[in-house]
Design a protein. Structure first.
Length: 273
C-alpha cells in the first residue's frame, strides 16, 4: 500500500493493533474509530477541516443516493486506469469515505486487490469514514504534506477537495494517475437561485501541475428531485457555500419542500509521465 510515513522524522511507519510507530521511537495511537492522527501541531495552524454538522449533512445526503451515478462513474474510471492485479490508491481529502469505500468495493468485485489510504484534515469525517470501509487505512493529514512515500501510489483520488499538485506528483508512481472530480459551471444552480439574489456560475477550469498531463475529461450531468426539506438543507450545508452565506439567506431554504436541481460534475484523469 502507499507507505505511511512518520510526520516527525519521515521514517516508514509500522502498524500494531492500537498504534503506528517508526524505528526512531515516534508513536501515534489509533483512535477508537480506527484512524490515526498524523497531523502534528505546527502543521495544523487554524485549519481543522469540516465540522460535525457539515460531515453529518454530507453523510445524510449521500446516503440518499443522489450522487450514486457519480460514484459509479468514478469507480469505472479508477478501474479503467488500474493496471495489474493490485492497486495502491490514495484518496486525498477522503471525507467520510463515501467514494473511497465505493471504489474499494468495486475494485474487489472486479478481482483487484487493493491497498487504500485515505487522508483528511477533519477528525469528524474520518470517524464516520471507518464505518464505511473496514479495510481502509485512514489518517488525519494535510494534502499539502501527505504522509506517504515517494512514488508509492498507482492512483490518487481528489474528489471535491483542495488540489495539491506537487504532492500528488511526488506520491504517484511513473505512469500513475490522478483522478480529479470537481463541480461543473452549472452545478446546483437551482439551489443557488433559492438562496442568493444573484447566483454565479462555478469556476470549472482544470487545475494544472507540471509533470501531470491531462489525458481524459468526462462530464456527468443529470437532474435530481429532492422531496424532503431536510435533504435540501443537507445538500446546502455540505457545500462550501454554507460557510460563506448569512443565516438570513440560509433561512430561505426553511420553507422549501421540493427542489429539482441540476448536478454537473467534471471527472479529469491526469497521468504522471
Amino acid at each position: 500500500m502507499p507507505e505511511l510515513l512518520c510526520p516527525v522524522c519521515g521514517e516508514k511507519l509500522s502498524e500494531e493493533e492500537k498504534r503506528w510507530f517508526c524505528e526512531k521511537g515516534h508513536s501515534f495511537d489509533k483512535a477508537s474509530s480506527g484512524y490515526v492522527n498524523l497531523l502534528i501541531s505546527h502543521q495544523s495552524g487554524k485549519i481543522h477541516g469540516d465540522d460535525k454538522a457539515m460531515v453529518r449533512a454530507r453523510r445524510d445526503f449521500l446516503d440518499g443516493g443522489y450522487y450514486e451515478a457519480l460514484k459509479t462513474e468514478l469507480c469505472k474510471t479508477v478501474l479503467e486506469n488500474s493496471c495489474g492485479d493490485k492497486v495502491s490508491l490514495l484518496d486525498s481529502g477522503c471525507g467520510e469515505c463515501y467514494y473511497t469505500a465505493g471504489v474499494e468495493k468495486y475494485l474487489k468485485e472486479n478481482k483487484k486487490q487493493t491497498d487504500i489510504v485515505g487522508i483528511d484534515i477533519s477528525k469528524d469525517a474520518l470517524k464516520m469514514g471507518d464505518r464505511r470501509g473496514q479495510n481502509l487505512h485512514l489518517a488525519v493529514a494535510s494534502a499539502y504534506r501527505i504522509p506517504v512515500s515517494d512514488a508509492s501510489c498507482d492512483v490518487i483520488l481528489n474528489v471535491f477537495a483542495p488540489f495539491a499538485g506537487e504532492e500528488y506528483l511526488r506520491c504517484l508512481k511513473n505512469n500513475g494517475v490522478l483522478i480529479h472530480v470537481s463541480p461543473d459551471e452549472g452545478h446546483l444552480w437551482e439551489l443557488k437561485q433559492a438562496v442568493y439574489e444573484k447566483p454565479y456560475l462555478n469556476d470549472a477550469l482544470p487545475p494544472e501541475q507540471d509533470g501531470l498531463v491531462l489525458s481524459d475529461e468526462k462530464k456527468l450531468r443529470y437532474r435530481i428531485d429532492i422531496n424532503k426539506n431536510s435533504d435540501i438543507k443537507a445538500l446546502f450545508m455540505m457545500t462550501p457555500y454554507a460557510h460563506k452565506t448569512s443565516p438570513e439567506d440560509i433561512a430561505r431554504l426553511d420553507s422549501l419542500e421540493k427542489l429539482n436541481v441540476a448536478v454537473q460534475f467534471v471527472i479529469r484523469t491526469y497521468k504522471k509521465l
